[in-house]
Design a protein around this ligand. Structure first.
Ligand SMILES: [Zn+2]
Length: 268
């Protein structure tokens, strides 16, 4: 039985969320100060990858508000283009969705289509191939429109740093083969389940031919194509939080997470 998600996800407490939003507002204000200091040369636009999981039936309207807000204020780009796009006057974002939950097919995709918005779906190929309940079906993944990039999210959504080489090969290289056979096209991006990774896992992803790999640490996108930061959010979050996140103001959290990892030897 493959079930990594036992019971509902416990939402982050309101207090914790509010504290993070206040600290991020301070970063946002400092960023605007820096923009002013560059007077005349215009603001330096940032690039940010946002990460959603579930879009529950009750969250479709909220998610639609997110997408329409992003379309008005940002250049919403396909993920691969975010790395090559030039810094323009508008900030740039890409949308990603992890886990290929059934709600992506039933709820998220129609909103994305309505707003002609590209996105990347990171798919745990083994869970999909096994038609696990709660996930998209293989047919639904195959039927995704061309503006939805499919990336790998391993096969079975295990903590990759805990696996031996054979298991790691199956989860990383095996997932690429499985997805490419399912879709009939190349798969070149990989998102680490739980953001869990280390040097050995990264060797496996590079050796398996993935061009780009994605973490779950908030931050802004640079030239770097491996361990690319992503900022997690939920459709229920306010447009205020969405804006702070899409402007990269939560990147201080990524710095803390990286420091904790170095200090404790933990994987984030
Ligand atoms: Zn995941």
């Amino acid at each position: 039985v493959i079930s990594w998600r036992k019971g509902p996800i416990v939402p982050e407490s309101k207090t914790k969320r509010a504290i993070k939003a206040v600290l991020s507002s301070a970063v946002w204000v400092l960023d605007r100060g820096a923009d002013l200091a560059r007077a005349g040369r215009g603001p330096q636009s940032k690039a940010v990858v946002l990460l959603y999981h579930d879009v529950a039936d009750s969250e479709v309207a909220a998610f639609e508000r997110h997408v329409s807000f992003l379309r008005r204020r940002y250049d919403v780009l396909p993920l691969a283009e975010l790395h090559t796009s030039a810094s323009g006057s508008r900030p740039r974002v890409s949308l990603t969705f992890d886990d290929a939950l059934a709600s992506f097919g039933s709820n998220a995709i129609s909103v994305l289509a309505q707003h002609s918005t590209p996105a990347t779906l990171f798919v745990p190929s083994g869970l999909i191939a096994a038609s696990e309940p709660g996930y998209m079906t293989p047919d639904a993944v195959k039927a995704l429109p061309p503006y939805i990039e499919v990336g790998s999210h391993s096969r079975l959504h295990r903590r990759l740093s805990t696996l031996d080489d054979a298991e790691l090969g199956s989860e990383v290289a095996g997932s690429k083969v499985e997805l490419e056979e399912m879709l009939g096209r190349p798969v070149s991006s990989f998102a680490f389940p739980f953001g869990d990774t280390n040097a050995r896992v990264e060797q496996h992803t590079a050796a398996s031919g993935y061009d780009r790999t994605y973490s779950v640490r908030p931050g802004t996108v640079t030239q770097q194509r491996h361990g690319v930061p992503r900022t997690t959010l939920e459709p229920s979050e306010s447009l205020f939080e969405l804006r702070l996140k899409a402007d990269g103001a939560y990147r201080w959290m990524g710095v803390l997470m990286a420091a904790r990892r170095r200090f404790l030897g933990h994987n984030v």
